[in-house]
Design a protein around this ligand. Structure first.
Ligand code: ZN
Length: 259
């Protein structure tokens, strides 16, 4: 089955995304150089780097120094595999219709690429409370070009980008940069380019619902305090992914609640 192949592809891409996050943080090149254990520096070979499998086989430890690796690695691999599979089943619900329309393939490639960028935003903001321009800006350019190819009205994208970016710019100005960072403004802009008008509104709405639910949950279990920083880019990344795939259905479902 094709979806299994896409899932496995996602596992490998997830493994690469872990490397990208690490090397972005250390400001190293992520194309050059081989993988090393973070603790003993031993070179890691292919058999140490099989997504999910190596982690499970070695029970989360380095083969050479037995130091434990973060559960982030297998979790990101699995999440990338699953989200890639979701993108595939969303665009190609029926296997037999898979190869017919070139626009579907452009859409598929765009959504896989955006999923990968959003996963980087998600992890990076969660770990380091930062949204990097080197991630957001190339993603915005790619999304703009591919959406143009797909016949999306550029005005719809620009309106959504201005609304998305402006929404955070206002909060940034009002709070003098305390509630959110400049990275959120650029991420709001990217969300607009990916989703267009009016789906940007759906995504912002979902992000706030998710953000409130999780913040209240964390406050109740006293893992966080009111004054703690919130990695809002993490919620925005999830909301963008959900809206990209299910925006139409979500709006439809929400509207039906009131009818
Ligand atoms: Zn080691």
């Amino acid at each position: 089955m094709m979806v299994v192949f896409i899932f496995i592809l996602g596992l490998f891409v997830g493994s690469f995304l872990n490397v990208v996050v690490l090397r972005l943080h250390r400001q190293e090149s992520f194309v050059k150089g081989y993988s090393k254990c973070l603790f003993c520096g031993h070179r890691l070979y292919a058999r140490d780097l099989v997504p999910l499998f190596s982690y499970l086989q070695l029970r989360g430890k380095c083969r050479y120094c037995k130091h434990g690796f973060s559960a982030q690695y297998p979790m990101v691999e699995l999440a990338t595999g699953l989200t890639f599979a979701l993108v595939f089943t969303n665009i190609f619900p029926h296997f037999t219709q898979m190869t017919l329309v070139w626009q579907d393939w452009v859409q598929f490639f765009l959504w896989l690429t955006m999923t990968a960028f959003l996963i980087i935003v998600f992890i990076y903001d969660l770990k380091y409370y930062l949204i990097l321009d080197v991630v957001v800006i190339p993603a915005a350019i790619l999304a703009f070009i591919f959406n143009m190819l797909l016949g999306v009205n550029p005005l719809s994208m620009l309106l959504a980008a201005v609304v998305g970016g402006g929404f955070f710019l206002i909060q940034y100005v009002v709070s003098k940069g305390k509630w959110i960072g400049g990275g959120d403004i650029r991420l709001g802009f990217l969300m607009g380019i990916i989703l267009g008008w009016p789906q940007i509104l759906t995504a912002l709405f979902i992000a706030y619902v998710l953000g409130s639910l999780i913040s209240v949950g964390l406050l109740l279990f006293s893992k966080k305090h009111m004054s703690d920083k919130v990695p809002f880019g993490t919620f925005l990344a999830i909301a963008t992914f959900l809206t990209m795939l299910y925006g139409q259905q979500l709006v439809h479902w929400y509207m039906n609640l009131f009818n």
